[in-house]
Write a protein that binds this ligand. Sequence first.
Ligand code: ZN
Length: 499
Amino acid sequence: MLEKYLEQLASYNEKIQNYNFCLNMIYWDMETEKGFPSKGIEKTGKVIEFLSSEVNNLMINSKSKDMLDYLSLHKEELSKIDQRQVELLLRNYERVSKIPVELLSKYEGLKIKAQNVWVEAKENNDFNLFAPYLKELIEYNREFIKLLGYEGHQYNTLLEAGEYGMTVEKLDSFFEVLRKELVPFAKETIKKFEKFDASFLERLVPLERQKSFSNFLARYIGFDLDKGLIKESEHPFCMGIEPNNVRFTTHYYKDNFVSSMFSILHEGGHGIYEQNQDESLIVTLLQGGASMGVHESQSRTYENIFGRNYYFLKGLYPNIQEVFPEFKDISLDEFYKGINKPENSLIRIEADELTYSLHVMIRYEIEKMIFEGKLEVEDLPRVWNAKIKEYLGIDVPSDSKGVLQDVHWAGGMFGYFPSYSLGNAYASQIIDELKKEIDINSHLGNGDFAPINSWLNEKIHKKGMTLDPNDLIKSVCGEELNPVPFINYLKEKFGSIEI
Ligand code: ZN
């Protein structure tokens, strides 16, 4: 019996992997390089619908449930990997099966409509156009919370979808530290940098040279281009189809060369995670990141902790000046200050290392209020603008640059934002451990990523989804989420830059 069910599990895995492979290839094709014929979208939509429902049917049919129940009862006889697969598949089954299929498909339809309306609302700076859709999306999520149940706070159920084990209690104390420590420090640091002129970063740089530099930079940090590729899209993203087929995108701007440079480092960090899964996980469903937050910890590490590190830049700067003689007259120190200059800004995705988490904190506070029933949709712009003023000290000129800026809510993604901030915190915790064993500045200065990457491979990447995020962070750092290393990192770094 056990053998039969294990065979079934293997074939189940293979099917899900293959369907997801096809779905990902389609998404990649649609999202990159404007290469998709508009009249082909309808048929493609149908294929996506077919493949997604096949995956869903596989995951929640009674045959699969019987298999999972049997294997769960015979846990001791399974390998560690199979035990974990069964645990995650059952967890997923519990979640998906509690929500009626009709409700879910209505919600999917609403999301598509809401996203279209959001585009229009953002373009026309018309929050009222989007408000009724947002209300409905929130109602659906309230219903999901009811169906799924919750422990402690209602919002926990939504948080858990992206970051298993995350709770309002943990996030409240996490953001409390950021509010107390980071808000005044950011204000002070921004003031210090005010007189530093970083406008040389807007010098025009031809796209062709930027493109060739991208491949060089990805290789430089250890992304394997034989197992991956880089293309262009409106918003950069990374897709790990399987470890030997990892793709990511960037966006080039003639007058902002560093934008693409940091996208390459960020998405390259995600990519390195995906490329370095353990061999034993290849035929399982445990490939990929432990959670959104942990995935983001890796991208933020390569983008900020490494990418905006003085020694890293010192090693790389001769190459930058060679490919981009536009910066020949800019010294290493000036360039370093330029890429680290913090500013209060309106748009989260353009925010710098210092203020980024404050943008996330605002969204967290707002989402929590919504699901506590303390905030009506009509009041959202007012509350949003007040929080931007309070934490970042700036006025929001329009809802397009305020509450309407992110697509997440239109896509039904509630409880998703905190992961971005957790990524920063986890990254600092992990790197503090790495520093105990490896002198990272000297390796970064030599462009020698091998020892750094192999440490991260062993501790994080190879583990795939074998551990929940809390357990993984604890296994590497000896404790769960802790904002202090992140705050210390920022204070030490920005405190030591003399203007
Ligand atoms: Zn990312």
